[in-house]
Design a protein around this ligand. Structure first.
Ligand code: DNO
Length: 405
C-alpha cells in the first residue's frame, strides 16, 4: 500500500465556484468539506451527509475530512443551551461515523474563527496574499469598534501607530477593514456588524483563559468517547492567529495547550490538526519538536507558510519560503509515519491539504474565497507533494529499498 500522505482539497460545497470536476483534475483523492447550509448548533442528519458524500464519490473522490462542525458559542461559554448543543454535536459525529467519514476538524476560538486584516496584500512579484497587521487590528478595535478598555491591551506605541493608521484611512478604507475582520472568512460561519460584534463580545465578560480551557476540556471529555465509538478521529484546529484578540481568550495556541488537551482523553481519536501556518506565527512554537512530541496525535495536516513581520504582524508566504521550515517539517512527519508503522498503527496516510495559497495568475480574476485560490493552492500542493516524494525517494535509495512511484 502506498504510504504517501493523503492529498486532499477543501471544497466549500455546491456554491464553491471551484467545482468537484475542477478538483478532480488536480490528482488529489480526498475532499475536505462541511454541510455549510446548516446553522451552527444543528445536528447534521445522516441522509444529508450521505447525499453530499455521494456527490463527491460520483466524481471518483472520497470525503475524507469534515472541516468543520462549528462549535456553538454556548458550548464555549458553557452557558444557556450548551447541553443541547453538545448533544447535537455528538449526534453529528455519530452520523459522520455512520456515513464513513473518518476525520473531524473543529476549533474552539471564541466568536471569530480565523482573522486577517488584509485579504489582498500586494507582493512585489505581482501576486496577492493574506496578511494580519497588528496595527490595523488595533486601529479597528480602538477607533472603529471603540471597545471599552481596549487601550489597556495595547502598548502606548502601538496605540499611537494605530491612531495614525486610522487617520490615514478614508471611509472606504474603514469599511474594507471592518469587512475583512468581521464579515467572516470562508469556513467561519458567522459574520457581524461592529454593533453585533460588541454585543457578542460582552457575553464573554468574566470568561478568562482558565474558564475557556476548562470548557474546552469538558467538551472533549464528553465528545471524544462518542467520536471514538463512532470511528471518527477528532482534530482540533489551533487558534489563528495564535494569541488573544479583542479581549477574548484563546486556548489552542501553543504546544503546551495542545498537549494538555490531548491528555484530557488519552486516545488517538482525540487528536490535533497540525496547522503549520497557525502554530508557526508564534516564534516560541518549535514546529519540528512538536511533530516529534505530539505527532502521534496528528489526525490532519494543514501545510502552509507564514512570514513574521514586526510585532505580531505576519503575511502568508509561499509554501516553501518563510518562517516554517517546511521541508524539515515534512521529513519529521514521514518519521512520525514510520513510528506509526512500527507500532502497527493503520492510520499511516495522514490527510493533508495545501492550506491557503497566494492569489496568482488567472486566479486573480476567478473570484475565489480569500486564501482559497485555485492556482495558488495548486502551486502549494505541487511543491509540497514534490518535497514529500523527494524525501521518500532519497530515504529509499539510502536504504536500498524500492522507490515508490
Ligand atoms: C482557515 C481554516 C479555518 C479552519 C477552522 C477549523 O483557512 O483553517 O477556517 O477551517 O478554524 O475549524
Amino acid at each position: 500500500m502506498s504510504r504517501k500522505f493523503e492529498k486532499t482539497w477543501r471544497w466549500f460545497g455546491p456554491d464553491d465556484n471551484i467545482t468537484l470536476d475542477a478538483i478532480r483534475q488536480l490528482d488529489v483523492t480526498g475532499i475536505v468539506t462541511a454541510l455549510h447550509h446548516f446553522p451552527t448548533g444543528v445536528a447534521w442528519p445522516l441522509d444529508e451527509l450521505e447525499k453530499r458524500k455521494e456527490e463527491i464519490e460520483d466524481v471518483g473522490l472520497k470525503w475524507t475530512v469534515v472541516e468543520s462542525i462549528p462549535v456553538h458559542e454556548d458550548i464555549k461559554r458553557r452557558t444557556g443551551d450548551y447541553k443541547t448543543y453538545i448533544d447535537n454535536f455528538k449526534a453529528s459525529v455519530e452520523n459522520m461515523g455512520k456515513a464513513g467519514i473518518p476525520v473531524l476538524c473543529y476549533n474552539f476560538m471564541p466568536v471569530l474563527d480565523w482573522t486577517r486584516t488584509d485579504l489582498d496584500h500586494e507582493m512585489s512579484m505581482g501576486y496577492t496574499c493574506l496578511r494580519f497587521d497588528e496595527t490595523a487590528q488595533a486601529a479597528f478595535d480602538l477607533f472603529v469598534l471603540k471597545r471599552p478598555r481596549a487601550e489597556e491591551e495595547y502598548s502606548k506605541k502601538l496605540i499611537k501607530e494605530a491612531e495614525s493608521y486610522f487617520n490615514s484611512l478614508d471611509a472606504n478604507g474603514i469599511e474594507k477593514l471592518t469587512r475583512n475582520i468581521l464579515a467572516g472568512l470562508p469556513g467561519s460561519e458567522e459574520g457581524y456588524t461592529p454593533e453585533e460584534f460588541q454585543t457578542i463580545l460582552n457575553t464573554y465578560d468574566g470568561i478568562n483563559e482558565e474558564d475557556l480551557r476548562h470548557n474546552l476540556h469538558e467538551f472533549i471529555r464528553e465528545v471524544a468517547p462518542v467520536a471514538e465509538a463512532a470511528g471518527v478521529r477528532m482534530a482540533i484546529h489551533p487558534d489563528d492567529p495564535p494569541f488573544p484578540l479583542f479581549g477574548l481568550p484563546r486556548v489552542v495556541s501553543t504546544e503546551a495547550d495542545a498537549k494538555a488537551l490531548t491528555e484530557v482523553y488519552d486516545s488517538p481519536y482525540n487528536g490535533l490538526t497540525f496547522c503549520t501556518g497557525s502554530y508557526g506565527v508564534r516564534p516560541g512554537n518549535d514546529l519540528l519538536g512538536m511533530v516529534k512530541r505530539l505527532g502521534h496525535r496528528f489526525n490532519f495536516l494543514h501545510l502552509r507558510n507564514i512570514q513574521r513581520e514586526k510585532g505580531r504582524t505576519f503575511h502568508e508566504a509561499l509554501h516553501l519560503k518563510g518562517d516554517v521550515p517546511m521541508q524539515k517539517v515534512i521529513y519529521n512527519l514521514i518519521m512520525e509515519q514510520e513510528r506509526r508503522h512500527a507500532e502497527g498503527r493503520t492510520d499511516l496516510r495522514i490527510p493533508f491539504r495545501p492550506d491557503h495559497g497566494q492569489n496568482i495568475l488567472r486566479s486573480l480574476h476567478m473570484n475565489s474565497a480569500p486564501g482559497y485560490s485555485y492556482i495558488g493552492r495548486l502551486r502549494g500542493l505541487a511543491v509540497l507533494r514534490g518535497v514529500e516524494m523527494g524525501i521518500r525517494t532519497s530515504l529509499a535509495i539510502q536504504r536500498g529499498e524500492n522507490t515508490e512511484e
